[in-house]
Design a protein around this ligand. Structure first.
Ligand code: ACO
Length: 273
């Protein structure tokens, strides 16, 4: 099934259970305007519980993944209208990034080009990230006189080491996909002409896993990052027991295939769903 609205700020297609969602303002390097932020939330909502969607990929049309917040429509125009408008625009952006962080389905950022500032919000929101080697990542805030807000300062510290984070935020210099992978901002960088194929491979692996277990796993990894060891142990017991309530049969079947049928080994791949 395919849905593509060329006039929309967000476009998407669904093919073979992968939802390919694109920032779709290539003329504006896919910078995030309030209109785009509202539309993205609608699209995420539309796709989250569709049975024909197992993985969501977030990418960008044209030469950019996203050039961050729209300096005109998001910042200047709202600041001129007053604090209420500024706060509303912030909420519309932050809300869909949060939705992405806790999305029901696995998400992959496919970074095809420019990725600046506010775009680190959805970058961190996606569970996995693969970029073109030529993609450019930057905290350009310092270059136009603001600090990396909207979570960006926190995100760079979360994703890379202290010295890299400080250098990246203070110097306003970009890093390419290869360096971003070295730093841990993304999982890997591949040549641009391999990008879609590599993301498809990853998505297909994810589609072969138990979806309840995947959701529990990605939420667990995000939650335990901020917990003590003992709190993590407790959370993980409870999370697995809650997952059993939703999908008790999956793990019984996997145990059967391993212990009784001997048709798969959990250490070497996923069981037959
Ligand atoms: N906000 C508003 N408009 C933007 C943005 C943005 N973040 N990024 C690009 N555009 C617009 C440009 O104004 C231009 O509009 P126009 O055609 O009406 O003149 C159009 O997109 C194309 O941009 P160019 O600069 O001509 O494209 P180019 O390919 O030469 O450069 C680049 C791309 C490097 C991404 C450049 O556009 C740029 O520096 N953008 C700003 C990046 C940035 O610092 N983003 C903010 C991060 S901070 C934050 O998000 C909080």
């Amino acid at each position: 099934m395919q849905e593509r609205d060329e006039n929309s700020t967000v476009s998407y297609t669904v093919e073979n259970r992968i939802a390919w969602v694109s920032f779709n303002r290539p003329d504006k390097r896919n910078c995030m305007s309030p209109t785009l932020n509202r539309r993205m939330m609608e699209v995420l909502n539309e796709l989250e519980f569709r049975d024909d969607v197992g993985v969501l990929v977030l990418t960008g049309e044209g030469t950019a993944w996203s050039a961050g917040m729209d300096l005109k429509e998001y910042f200047r125009e709202n600041e001129e209208k007053g604090l209420g408008h500024v706060r509303k625009a912030q909420r519309e952006a932050y809300d869909w990034w949060e939705r992405l962080r806790w999305y029901e389905k696995p998400t992959v950022a496919m970074i095809n080009g420019w990725c600046f500032g506010g775009a680190y919000g959805p970058l961190f929101g996606c569970d996995l990230a693969v970029a073109a080697e030529e993609a450019q990542f930057g905290l350009s805030e310092i270059n136009w006189g603001i600090l990396p807000g909207g979570g960006a300062s926190k995100i760079i510290v979360e994703l890379t080491g202290f010295r890299n984070a400080m250098y990246h935020a203070m110097m306003g210099e970009n890093v390419d996909g290869k360096k971003a992978a070295e730093w841990g901002l993304i999982n890997e960088a591949v040549p641009a002409d391999r990008l879609k194929a590599r993301v498809t491979e990853i998505a297909q692996v994810l589609l072969g896993k138990n979806p309840t277990a995947l959701r529990g796993t990605k939420w667990a990894i995000r939650r335990v990052r901020e917990m003590t060891f003992d709190n993590s142990m407790d959370y993980l017991v409870r999370a697995q027991e809650a997952a059993n309530f939703f999908d008790g049969e999956g793990r019984k079947e996997a145990t059967r295939q391993f212990i009784d049928d001997k048709t798969f080994k959990p250490g070497l791949g996923a069981y037959d769903l």
